[in-house]
Design a protein around this ligand. Structure first.
Ligand code: GLC
Length: 730
């Protein structure tokens, strides 16, 4: 039943009015049931949900997609409910909408925030064109445990790299203003420390120190909020005994108190209802009360707010003002999006935008940048396009699904270019391309080995594409082992035994403990899941049309027994020393990683020189400039990601042996040299002392510049001359 308009349009529908006035005008017109309705989100659409929408008892839907369907459902809200409040449609647009980019771990491997921003911006343009207003992304959980399948969804193990990427995603999704039609609301998730799950087991307990919470897990969320993210998703996990979706310390004290976050918080899927399962709520009323009073504004798919809040208010257990506070935040985002003015989308516009030529080209460009050359012994790569025969082997060599990776939104496997297709379209007409699947990703069958062996024997080179299927990472996809699944390593060994040189192409959503391949296979490409242009990008790299420049955003362990293993570790009192028994290491494997954080090779070679640090004595207010040169001394153009690490040598609490504090991806022609300059403020080198206050203490700071966290090319140091206390957050 449509609200009878007064003689003139109600103020909340007048877009010339300030948003806050529109909110208050609308709020004053809403019944308590309608207010609670704005705080309820459901997945999909049913007859029951349509009825609830007409009654103003749903504020948001997720997983409703397509121009026709979103318009149809939106019409119910706008034209058939009393106040006509538009729905906000949410969707997991993590690495593309229909033009699918590399998974976020692959995007992080570009070490190029501009590329990430561009991918997010394209995803926003496509999603908004088809009626989506809000993405549950970026996932900014720091992950130090590759057993955790969701490591695939984020930017890896480092808070600095993770923060730079978090900002780039938010800027890409939200653009300059959410009132622009091709933007969508960002939602950094999963707040907070979800990646710290014990055992790398999804949804498991997180118990970490306050310092680890604040120095490792919070910074990317801080960066996303600082970049203007207008929603945050609260996580499933309990954090130090208090579930993140009922945690006033993280949600109010930090998120709103320390950071001034003014958007709204949505719970993860039924995370409010799961407070009962956590054992911190006896029923839906306690769950609703805890979540709302902690600061969760919207209930995703839990149906808890819908069933419990009215009674809680009527019984006086929660003040209606708490409801008003949440509804104001939700309405503010809807007004900022311009939903009241533009509730519908046009099919014509969507047709022009979705999967347009420019987007597909960007997907190829970014996929290329995501590829990491882990090994290239004897410069086996790049291959000649005129090679007379090449075997393309492996369960993922011609697989259309895997390259989409987990959370591939509306990606269509029919759009995917496989590795086999990419290679076939690249080589000369006279090149014999022999394909053999060899085996499945999982399973023990070796029936396909003979065909693979024959193909390898008849070929100059064998490209073997191995790894994980796309559902072996992402949510609820944890692995206790990190080896290549199934008999894939045996397939590699069988092909290796033919003597034909192998180029190993990996498709995976996490670091894998590929010790045998790393020792025996001459060339290895880490491609993650590269999206719809996977085959083209990989073929471009294999045949040298693109020189790989990606770097690892996560450490590769030799075996799962090393986990957790990460580069920014503490020194301990007995750092590992191979020849001294009484030091921190293992008896049965080397203590070093298989491939370190920041590692990635190139077909070119880069030399670093001329490190200058100024000033060498640093006082309050100083900015330290670190300048050096990088030169391409190879014979082809290439990208290098120069990395800056810093170590606080002596401090009042133990500090990491190195911390990433700057990076730059540069493209250099053969012989070309570029001067790179990083600046370090005192905030950049500050830390939380014993009392959890942000400070910089006098003393020496080591500066390390290099091509990876282990491949340090230049070192120097500067001295801080005085004790400086800083604001908790910059
Ligand atoms: C899931 C995920 C979250 C996602 C949400 C909606 O359970 O944890 O990342 O955004 O549900 O699909």
């Amino acid at each position: 039943m449509k609200m009878k308009y007064e003689s003139e349009r109600p103020l909340y529908l007048d877009s010339s009015q300030p948003i806050d006035r529109r909110i208050e005008d609308l709020l004053a017109r809403m019944t308590l049931e309608e207010k609670i309705g704005q705080m309820c989100q459901y997945s999909g659409i049913t007859g029951e949900y349509e009825r609830m929408i007409r009654e103003g008892r749903i504020g948001s839907l997720l997983n409703v997609v397509g121009v026709d369907e979103t318009n149809r459902v939106q019409r119910i809200a706008v034209e058939e409910s009393r106040l006509g409040i538009p729905l906000i449609f949410g969707l997991d647009v993590l690495h593309g909408y229909k033009t699918i980019f590399p998974i976020p771990l692959g995007l992080a491997s570009t070490w190029d925030p501009d590329a990430v921003r561009e991918a997010a911006s394209i995803a926003a343009a496509e999603a908004s064109a088809e009626g989506i207003h809000w993405t549950f992304a970026p996932m900014v959980d720091i992950a130090r445990d590759p057993r955790w399948g969701r490591i695939a969804e984020g930017a890896g193990e480092d808070p600095y790299l993770g923060s730079v990427m978090a900002r780039a995603y938010v800027e890409g999704y939200q653009g300059k203003s959410l009132s622009e039609p091709d933007t969508i609301v960002a939602c950094p998730k999963h707040y907070v420390a979800y990646g710290g799950a014990e055992g790398g087991r999804d949804y498991n307990t997180v118990d970490i120190s306050e310092r680890t919470l604040r120095e490792i897990y919070l910074p990317p969320f801080r960066a996303a909020v600082k970049a203007g993210a207008k929603t945050v998703m609260s996580a499933f996990n309990d954090l130090n005994g208090v579930p993140s979706s009922a945690n006033p310390y993280t949600l109010r004290t930090i998120l709103r108190g320390e950071w001034g976050f003014d958007g709204f918080v949505v719970s993860d899927w039924n995370a409010i209802g799961e407070l009962i399962v956590h054992g911190v709520a006896g029923d839906i009323y306690e769950a609703a009360e805890k979540a709302l009073m902690a600061g969760v504004d919207m209930d995703m798919q839990g149906d808890v707010y819908n069933r419990a809040l009215l009674r809680l208010v009527k019984e006086g257990r929660i003040p209606e003002e708490s409801i008003n506070e949440a509804v104001r935040r939700i309405l503010r985002v809807k007004f900022m999006l311009g939903l009241f003015e533009r509730p519908y989308v046009e099919a014509e516009r969507a047709k022009r935008i979705v999967k347009c030529k420019e987007h597909l080209e960007a997907a190829l460009k970014i996929a290329r940048k995501s590829i990491v050359l882990l090994k290239n012994e004897g410069n086996l790569l790049p291959l000649s396009k005129h090679i007379d025969s090449i075997a393309v082997i492996g369960p993922l060599a011609d697989d259309r699904e895997a390259p989409l990776g987990p959370w591939s939104c509306l990606g269509d496997p029919r759009d995917v270019i496989t590795v086999l297709e990419g290679i076939k379209s690249k080589v000369s007409p006279r090149t014999r391309v022999l394909y053999a699947k060899g085996c499945d990703v999982e399973g023990s069958s070796r029936d396909g080995f003979d065909e693979a062996i024959s193909a390898a024997k008849e070929s100059r080179v064998a490209v073997v594409v191995v790894g994980e299927s796309r559902d072996m990472s992402g949510e609820a996809a944890c692995r206790a082992h990190l080896d290549l699944p199934g008999v894939q390593e045996d397939l590699l060994k069988a092909v290796y035994a033919t003597g034909t040189p192998i180029v190993m192409v990996m498709m995976n959503g996490r670091p894998l403990s590929i010790s045998w391949p790393a020792e025996h296979i001459p060339a290895i490409l880490e491609t993650w899941f590269l999206g719809i242009q996977a085959g083209r990008a990989i073929a471009d790299v294999i045949f040298g049309d693109y020189n790989p420049g990606g770097k690892l955003p996560v450490t590769f362990p030799r075996t799962v027994g090393q986990v957790p293993i990460y580069y920014n570790h503490k020194n301990t009192g007995r750092p590992p020393a191979p020849n001294i028994k009484w030091t921190s290491k293992y008896l049965d494997i080397p203590y070093t990683p298989l491939f370190p954080f920041g590692h990635g090779l190139s077909y070119a070679r880069f030399e670093y020189s001329g490190l200058e640090i100024s000033p060498l004595e640093v006082w309050r207010g100083d900015v330290v400039r670190v300048r050096f040169k990088v030169k391409n001394v190879g014979d082809c153009e290439g990208d290098e990601v120069a990395q800056l690490y810093v170590r606080d040598v002596v401090a009042s609490v133990t500090r990491p042996v190195k911390e990433l504090k700057g990076f730059r991806r540069v493209t250099l022609k053969p012989g070309e040299e570029e001067t790179i300059e990083f600046t370090l403020t005192l905030e950049d080198i500050s830390f939380l002392n014993y009392e959890m206050r942000r400070i910089v203490e006098p003393g020496e700071f080591k500066v390390m510049v290099g091509s990876s966290s282990e491949d340090i090319r230049l070192t120097g140091s500067f001295i801080v001359k005085e004790y400086v206390e800083l604001p908790l957050w910059g």
